[in-house]
Design a protein around this ligand. Structure first.
Ligand code: ADP
Ligand code: MG
Length: 308
């Protein structure tokens, strides 16, 4: 069973801007799927259409087999969304934000109260249950939006940039939580522009740019395309003699800082052996940039060159 099936989806806003040019997406039940793309690519528009907050221009969307044009209630009953923008009532008590959400889905109040306690506790908000939303910090508001989405216990959870502007500690907490939720069977779709996040969490990815899907693959094969990495080494002392180093593509950034490109077929160990034969110790090693980030930027810029 597909959790989500999107076919030839287009969107032209009334202003004339074409946000989606005919995208296809298939997300299997149980998947943890990343929709990646730069700002303005069409991620939020896609999500808006899936949960019927935005009208599509053409194409079809089904959620667990419920076509949104035929059976919108069926589709909605399987799905929760954590939108990019905060959209809860800031004057409502936060426990009520959850209980009322459950109410819209016809969940009896007794059950709703239990679930509100469960998910507010999981999100570390239970002791704030009687506060109004506007009293919460930014990170707490984000957690409240997630707790609200969970109160209906959706089969498919869609999060639109859940960690944008969130501090590292909370980001890691959310990652752990989302991974557990996925392991327990919830299908998750995440939009993000943090490649690192997708790498940590997701099994499959699609990259969207200027309203087109330019890549749709699994995370492992995406990463395997990164066959060269650039590494910076801090050497203990300046490099004078350099026997056998020519086999490596390196240059010195200064006397003791070496930038080196390592191909997948070469091992770091071989490099260290040669350095130590030259009497050089390495004090420190780091990646020049995030490798995924490099690949992503290459793909997007290729796509931009192609469309000009
Ligand atoms: P993303 O979420 O990937 O950053 P969006 O889906 O928000 O991208 O936007 C895709 C494109 O559609 C952008 O060019 C954006 O300016 C345009 N767009 C988004 N929302 C609207 C709107 N309400 N009216 C007109 N244009 C919009
Ligand atoms: Mg967006």
């Amino acid at each position: 069973m597909q959790a989500l099936s999107v076919k030839n989806l287009t969107k032209q806003y009334a202003s004339g801007s074409v946000a989606l040019k005919g995208i296809d997406l298939e997300v299997a039940e149980g998947d943890f799927f990343a929709l990646l793309g730069p700002n303005g690519a069409g991620k939020s528009t896609t999500i808006g259409i899936i949960c019927s907050l935005v009208n599509k221009t053409s194409g079809t969307v089904s959620v667990f087999g419920h076509d949104i044009d035929v059976d919108l209630d069926g589709a909605k009953s399987c799905l929760s969304i954590v939108p990019q923008e905060m959209n809860f009532n800031p004057f409502e008590k936060i426990a009520d934000v959850l209980i009322n959400q459950a109410g819209y889905y016809g969940i009896p109040r007794k059950i709703a109260e239990k679930r509100a306690e469960l998910y507010l506790t999981k999100m570390g908000l239970w002791d704030k249950r009687n506060s109004a939303g506007l009293r919460l910090s930014g990170g707490m508001k984000r957690r409240l939006m997630i707790a609200r989405a969970l109160v209906t216990q959706p089969r498919l959870l869609i999060l639109d940039e859940p960690t944008a502007g969130v501090d590292i500690e909370l980001r890691h907490l959310l990652w752990k939580f989302l991974r557990e939720l996925n392991e327990q069977g919830t299908t998750i779709i995440l939009t993000t522009h943090y490649l690192e996040e997708a790498e940590h969490l997701c099994k499959n990815i699609a990259i969207i740019d200027q309203g087109d899907i330019i890549e749709n693959t699994n995370m492992k094969s995406f990463i395997s395309r990164l066959n060269i990495q650039t590494i910076i080494l801090e050497l203990e002392k300046p490099l004078e003699l350099a026997n056998n180093l020519e086999q490596f593509h390196y240059h010195m950034l200064d006397e003791t800082t070496m930038e080196i490109k390592i191909h997948q077929s070469q091992s770091l160990n071989d490099l260290f052996i040669v350095l130590s034969q030259n009497g050089i110790k390495v004090k420190n090693l780091r990646n020049k940039t995030n490798r995924l980030e490099e690949l992503f930027i290459d793909l997007i810029s290729e796509n931009n060159n192609g469309s000009e």
